[in-house]
Design a binder for this molecule. Sequence first.
Ligand SMILES: [Zn+2]
Length: 212
Amino acid sequence: MQVHSASGVNLNDEDDKVVWKLENSGKFTTRSMYRCITFSGVVDVRMMEIWKSKVPLKVQIFLWMAWHDRIQTAQQLRKRNWNGSKVSKYCGKEETVDHLLFQCPIAMVTWCWVRDNLGWSKSPTSIKTFQENCLGTAGGSRNNMLWWIIASVGWALRKTRNDLVFSNVIVKSPKQVVYKSLGFLKQWTKLSKDWSRMEGVLLKLKEGLSSW
Ligand SMILES: [Zn+2]
């Protein structure tokens, strides 16, 4: 299934193929991306942070779409006249972007693991609270690490949800989402300029898992 978004990007849900529509050639260029994230000459600084984070392009696009409320949640699919259910298949509540990424019970458990092992006082409960309580001043060095965390948790939740909706695969325990997130974190750590810091965070998250 392919859903066209107003952002000029198509995320093909079954194979995660990303097609860049901003250039006629379908090829991705920095120039076209820059055009896309500036509006009347004003740059969205948060979005610039996403593009600078060293996670795969398809994940950057996923975050960008989440931040603009355009990922394919049940709510979004309904807006496009999809006939499926508009509720989360995990808990029966309406599936919005915030629900998928923060409020569904499996998302909440995953964020508790992050919170407990990184010593946060509370878990984010929405994009807004992640923005306000977790991310610091735009461009701050800690933000890079935070984008990397939300990228992996979000990507793991998205994959878990798609496995259920499209392939009927149910996770046996929320810990499986945690393991998936860890897998992505590990994979992407090596891409980061901030390698040693990321490794420290990764270690804390891993260590915490045994007692959790
Ligand atoms: Zn749910």
